[in-house]
Design a protein around this ligand. Structure first.
Ligand code: AMP
Ligand code: MN
Ligand code: MN
Length: 327
């Protein structure tokens, strides 16, 4: 453990100890890591007698409804006036928590900000920044934090944290998975987290419209010089009656194609073209996403482009092709 990281952790513990009214924010397009981590932290802080509430700018994925505390999350609710601390979990910059929350936090001089995240692209925007890029999930960091605060890891917290780890490692398949992730998962399983329920809820939850949308996206799959890509348009969503979020899983399907260096998914949304990137060892997609104003991990990253689909595809794919060529 390096000294910097130790100091960051101590600062995080001090900030929490000094605060009583705490808001915890999940990032936009919430996933199992941000939701599980936020709920576990809220639960643990309440054990310590603090007032803690989780907020999400975006609607929550329904396949996480089994999580203890899911129903208490405030979706889009405004932050209370008398906050001491806002904890932002699992994202690189303030904007990833939604423009309304980012602005609300900026306007409040008195409120302190704690940033708990594991992305390499983290901008250290907090008063304390607990950033550990060796953590496979923010849930691992939350476990460390709760343990340091002497919180008992009960079955609820264990469920929330194991969900964070299982989802962010895609069931321990990502290269970010470490012996520490597996050891912690064992510990949480022993503490009462229902691993089977988590896996069933997270992975056996696809609707007919989702799979039909994926079918349309797979028909358009292309692969040139080791880069595979496809798209999900509004028209495709309408054709099968799917919501915009239902296209997201396509990226992990196409990333399973053999002998590729990188995969890209381009999705039309009301905010612009959402780009999801995945890669194999040696190709840094976080660098590609950063070039277009986004971020993420070396093997999984994303960005949002304005303009039309064809232009977004051309720009991003051209930049990616250059990066394979120089390797
Ligand atoms: P996704 O493709 O949406 O699953 O995202 C993959 C990774 O990239 C996640 O770790 C996200 O946190 C990150 N990411 C996705 N979109 C953005 C964005 N617009 N800005 C910063 N990071 C992003
Ligand atoms: Mn996340
Ligand atoms: Mn994460």
């Amino acid at each position: 453990l390096n000294l910097d990281r130790l100091k960051q952790r101590e600062a995080a513990v001090r900030l929490i100890r000094a605060s009583r009214r705490i808001a915890i924010l999940a990032h936009v397009s919430p996933d199992g890591d941000t939701v599980g981590s936020a709920l576990a932290l809220a639960q643990g802080l309440r054990q310590l007698g603090k007032v803690a509430q989780v907020y999400s700018a975006d609607p929550l994925p329904t396949n996480l409804a089994f999580l203890p505390g899911y129903g208490e999350i405030q979706v889009g609710g405004s932050l209370p006036p008398d906050l001491d601390l806002v904890v932002l979990v699992d994202a690189s910059d303030m904007a990833r928590f939604g423009a309304a929350y980012a602005e609300a936090i900026d306007r409040r001089a008195g409120v302190r900000v704690l940033n708990v995240d594991h992305h390499a692209t983290n901008r250290h925007f907090g008063d304390a920044n607990m950033v550990d890029t060796t953590a496979a999930a923010t849930g691992e960091q939350i476990h460390w934090l709760l343990t340091a605060l002497n919180v008992a890891i009960d079955a609820r917290i264990a469920t929330q944290l194991l969900t964070a780890i299982v989802t962010d490692t895609r069931s321990f398949r990502t290269p970010s998975t470490t012996p520490r992730s597996l050891a912690l998962a064992t510990q949480l399983f022993e503490a009462g987290a229902p691993l089977n329920l988590i896996v069933e809820s997270v992975y056996r939850s696809r609707s007919l419209t989702t799979l039909r949308l994926w079918g349309l996206a797979l028909e358009r799959l292309r692969c040139v010089d080791g880069i595979a890509w496809t798209e999900v348009t509004v028209e495709m969503q309408q054709k099968v009656g799917a919501d915009p979020s239902e296209g997201d899983g396509v990226i992990d399907l196409i990333a399973s194609l053999h002998r590729i260096e990188a995969a890209a998914l381009f999705k039309e949304t009301s905010d612009g073209i959402k780009v999801s990137l995945r890669s194999t060892d040696g190709f840094d997609v976080a660098a590609v996403a950063s070039r277009f104003g986004g971020g993420g991990h070396p093997r999984a990253a994303g960005c949002l482009l304005s303009g039309d689909l064809a232009a977004a595809e051309r720009e991003v794919l051209e930049y990616m092709a250059q990066r394979t060529a120089v390797r």
